[in-house]
Design a protein around this ligand. Structure first.
Ligand SMILES: CC1=C(CCC(=O)O)c2cc3nc(cc4[nH]c(cc5[nH]c(cc1n2)c(C)c5CCC(=O)O)c(CCC(=O)O)c4C)C(CCC(=O)O)=C3C
Ligand SMILES: [Fe+2]
Length: 365
């Protein structure tokens, strides 16, 4: 048997959120996402409309498929010829179906890349619970699979430096004379305060959802200043809040932040979607549609930085993470590059990003 740099894995899973692809899918998708989460009906009607306005089709599955193709090509360049497949938490292609197909094609050990870079229940642990559910469902069918995942990559250079250089490119394209009245706003998905408080391990207060965004934002700020020669004052804002108004979520909302900046006399705002890896609905609606309309009303020019998407440096970083995980599985010493201190583990410590349910989760220590 010949060995390859991805041994002992025989397949790569890209695990994503998923979204509807036809108008008939929209309501069942929203029910699937929000089951038991206390999201008000009015909020669901509003979010449903964002999908109907775009023909009932979310961009997110196509973006997932594009990432799968790019990662497959990149691994191929590194001499790794393994299946790479997309599996979703909330819609077809469902995670369990993808894993079943991989198993039927001969896969027994799978390494997972989640399409979210940060620690929190929604962005990490819930995916680990989804893996546990899928693997136990398949075990009941007699299909035994071992599933691991790469570490949280908020501060991995492939993701972080790519986001920083895309932001610097956008800043460098601005006319010099607007720079003194330009501000940079880093944006990510809001989460409930309880989810922020439980993000990362209980005994590591420095590892949290918000803290990881602050670390990444600092790198981006530094890269922008290096590129254009002057600092651009920045802040962190949030989008896509749902939940009942009585429940605290991370703030400020991007639209409120734009109000504040307009009142300060700012002319131009760079919006860096550091919390997202691709242009899914949160980006094309919450930022490109809603925040853009707010900016227009306030007389602000909004410049949206691209997401990392299938940028070759981001994809190369994901391939490095897959190979790092494989080397670790083989018991080798691995280097764990990072642009800031953070969660370097690929098996999460017990209690990491604990939810409310205490459900079983894979990829934990
Ligand atoms: C942290 C985070 C990410 C980033 C990490 C990751 O990518 O995983 C993310 C991504 C996404 N969220 C998405 C869609 C939705 N999220 C919702 C609801 C919620 N998101 C939450 C958090 C996050 N969400 C939370 C705490 C809720 C409340 C309900 C709950 O506690 O779970 C709802 C319900 C309606 C609403 O309330 O908005 C929808 C429709 C899509 C697909 C977009 C598309 O179709 O292109 C994507 C990529
Ligand atoms: Fe969400």
């Amino acid at each position: 048997m010949t060995s390859h740099p991805c041994d002992p894995y025989d397949a790569v899973l890209v695990l994503s959120f998923g979204g509807p692809e036809r108008p008939e899918d929209v309501l069942p998708f929203l029910r699937q996402v929000t089951a038991g989460r206390g999201i008000p009906d009015e909020r669901l009607a509003v979010v449903g409309q964002h999908y109907y306005d775009r023909g009932g089709r979310s961009p997110v599955n196509d973006l997932g498929r594009a990432l799968v193709a790019a990662l497959h090509d990149e691994l191929g360049r590194l001499g790794v010829d393994l299946p790479v497949a997309l599996g979703n938490r909330n819609w077809s292609p469902w995670l369990v179906d993808t894993l079943r197909t991989l198993h039927d094609a001969g896969a027994r050990r799978v390494v997972t890349v989640v399409t979210s870079a940060f620690s929190s229940y929604s962005s990490c642990r819930q995916y680990r619970e989804n893996l546990a559910d899928a693997v136990s469902e398949l075990a009941a069918e007699g299909r035994v699979l071992d599933v691991d995942k790469v570490r949280v990559y908020a501060t991995h250079p492939g993701f972080a430096r790519t986001m920083a250089s895309l932001t610097a490119d956008t800043a460098a394209a601005l006319p010099r004379e607007v720079l003194p009245s330009t501000r940079l706003v880093h944006v990510t998905h809001s989460i409930p305060q309880w989810m922020q408080d439980s993000s990362g391990p209980a005994d590591a207060p420095d590892v949290s959802y918000r803290h990881q965004h602050e670390q990444l934002a600092a790198l981006v700020d530094g890269t922008v200043e290096e590129r254009i020669g002057v600092p651009v004052p920045s802040s962190l804002a949030y989008c896509s809040r749902s939940g009942p108004p009585s429940q605290p979520w991370l703030e400020p909302d991007i639209n409120d932040q734009l109000e504040v900046l307009a009142a300060e006399g700012v002319s131009d705002v760079l919006v860096a979607p550091i919390g997202f890896v691709s242009d899914h609905m949160e980006v094309v609606y919450d930022l490109d549609t809603e925040a853009m309309a707010t900016a227009e009303r306030l007389g602000l020019r909004l410049h949206r930085v691209p997401t990392v998407g299938t940028h070759p440096d981001f994809v190369a970083g994901l391939a490095d993470l897959v190979l790092e995980r494989a080397a670790q599985s083989r018991g080798e010493e691995v280097e764990r590059p990072a642009v800031a201190p953070g969660p370097l583990w690929s098996t999460c410590p017990p209690g990491c990003c604990r939810g409310r349910s205490g459900r079983p989760a894979l990829c934990g220590g």
